[in-house]
Design a protein. Structure first.
Length: 317
């Protein structure tokens, strides 16, 4: 397997029982062997055992484990339905104490990791770690805690303009949102944990935060309600500030740059698929166009369907 091939292993669902720990350990063991990364097995098993135990004891269903990144830099993630963030371990003057004291939990995760942290989302959290080739003796990596939970919308000015996203594909939107959160988490990780090697990561992370402030919460609520209702597409009407146009335009270029970095393995998250990118260009492009006073154009699939279809923009009065 090429070191440059992104890992897209299907997540392993776990039961909220003691059996989950053994299942997770066995699964990551087999993944490490399959990737030819036997040197990661010990730390991968240690870390996933602790994270799975935490999810079973303190999290909420559904619980699952998955692997992301690449074979050179695999990232193990444990997902559960509780948005309560993990509590990072406190420092100890005796590194061996972490391994001799029962229940050190996240301290063992830190000592088993090159980097680790959590992404808090409205419907739960993802706690992740990049397994180290051997247990560290320096107290371990610092946690990178990131939240995607909105603090609340800012009040719109009188200059806000209506933007209509017609025929928005819910499947593509949902998959693109997951890819976006993984990319944002990776940038946040680099900005906090690997700043010396990635000095631009903090600036890029700040750009992502500014971009998110431009997206109206009503858009996410409308999409969420449509997904809950089992719809495949939805028309969305929101109001946005005119100055959002320049920020969105810049981010369209940044997403292409991020794809190139992901492809070159300079970022561990997956690049967008061709279908995701086409949909993203339509989605963000409609914001820019309509904020400039142009008419909306509906998203339309070719006969190939959502994942293989191209953009066929149609003007709507």
């Amino acid at each position: 397997m090429s070191d440059l091939v992104p890992l897209t292993k299907q997540a392993l669902p776990l039961s909220a029982s003691p059996r989950a720990v053994a299942d997770a350990r066995r699964w990551v063991h087999d993944i490490c062997v399959e990737l030819g990364r036997d040197e990661l097995i010990e730390c991968a098993e240690l870390g996933v055992s602790e994270l799975t135990t935490n999810a079973v004891l303190h999290g909420a269903e559904p619980i699952a484990v998955r692997v992301r990144g690449t074979s050179s830099h695999p990232r193990i993630e444990v997902i559960d339905g509780s948005p309560e963030p993990p509590t990072p371990p406190t420092a100890s003057s005796d590194p061996e104490e972490f391994l001799t004291t029962f229940g050190r939990g996240l301290s063992i995760v830190a000592m088993s990791s090159v980097a680790w942290g959590a992404s808090i989302e409205p419907d739960g959290k993802v706690v992740w770690f990049e397994p180290a080739p051997e247990v560290r003796e320096d107290g371990g990596a610092d946690a990178v805690i990131d939240s995607t939970v909105d603090d609340g919308p800012a009040a719109l000015s009188d200059d806000a303009r209506e933007v209509k996203l017609l025929g928005l594909d819910l499947g593509l939107y949902a998959s693109l949102t997951r890819q976006y959160y993984e990319l944002r988490r990776e940038l946040r990780l680099l900005a906090v944990a690997h700043q010396d090697h990635y000095p631009l990561a903090a600036d890029l992370s700040a750009m992502f935060t500014s971009f998110e402030r431009q997206i109206p919460p009503d858009l996410h609520r409308t999409v969420g309600a449509a997904l809950d209702a089992g719809a495949h597409s939805v028309d969305v009407s929101v109001r946005m500030e005119p100055e959002a146009s320049s920020i969105v335009s810049t981010m369209m270029e940044m997403f292409d740059l991020a794809d190139a970095f992901c492809k070159a393995e300079r970022l561990l998250s997956l690049q967008r698929t061709p279908a995701q990118r086409e949909f993203h260009l339509w989605y963000l492009g409609e914001m820019v166009r309509q904020l400039a006073g142009e008419r909306p154009r509906a998203w339309h699939h070719t006969s190939g369907g959502g994942e293989s279809g191209r953009v066929n923009a149609q003007h709507v009065s």
